[in-house]
Design a protein around this ligand. Sequence first.
Ligand SMILES: [Zn+2]
Length: 347
Amino acid sequence: MVNENLGDMAGHFFVKATFPGHSQDQVNDMIKSIRWSFEKNFWQYDWLDQRTRQEALQKLKAITQKVGYSTSSPDVMSSASVEEFYRTLDIRKGDHFGNQVRSSAWKMENMLRSVSQPENRIKLESIPQTVNAFYNPTKNSIEMPAGMLQPPFYHIENPEYLNFAGIGAVAAHELGHAFDNRGRSYDETGALRDWWTESSAAAFEEKSKCFIDQYSEYTVKGPDGTDHFVNGWGTLGENIADNGGLKLAYESWRQRYRSDLAGRKYNNGHLPGLESRTAEQLFFIQFARSFCGNTAPDEEVRRLKDDSHSPRKYRINGVVQNSAYFAQAFQCKLGTPMNPAKKCILW
Ligand SMILES: [Zn+2]
């Protein structure tokens, strides 16, 4: 109830305790590097013709990134700003029902007032303690609240190979949604507009088909031991975002890492006990680690029907099978299961 009615007030205490120092700046800087890798790749893809490329670059540039918490209406870090924001909401001790009614009225008033005002492009749509990240196609924005910017995804003192493989891959995934099979029908302002030339759209479709075929072959075991197939079409958007996400996070991390092998600017130091692993290998181990989890077989089968994401196992293995960087880091021979000759690549 506190989250629902006083979300940014609870969020104030949450970010003060869990999102310290320059975390917001650091994550924003990581996303800047990832956007730069995206841009660089747009220039390199010969299947994007000049007109579509210009549109894509324009859309990429226009994406707003909202990281951690709102800094206006209210500025969540400032207790004075939070207090002012909730000033007109009357919360009384011992009056739960009244508090709920007044909260609903207050929220409705705020919403109606916002209709006649210009959109606040800085304010996050979710409260800071939300453990989620998303791309909003009609606003052309990505949002990563502080609740997501926590271990195992992110920590301000982590080496960069951990942060990029964790939250970096998430940020790149969300950016990727701007250019997946659904996101690509919206333009830089969030309007539904077809900005693709026929030939670039056809190339996109062909590359998408590779992912549909790849994921349609994956199965999960049901409670009775029978195989159930992943819906390659239904999970396409998420798979495009997952694959581009890992590739772009890796490329932007490696660019920084290689430009600073002495570690003066970026922290890529060894972790105690894991000295035998290269930074490249630890990147992929961390990527897998941030996705791993346990799901009961009946739930796994149920999710095949209504989750737009692939099962966790394939959100990891399906993606690294497409990654030449992964094969290189672990020296997988071409033609082995984790380094198949046929790889699906879009972004
Ligand atoms: Zn997604």
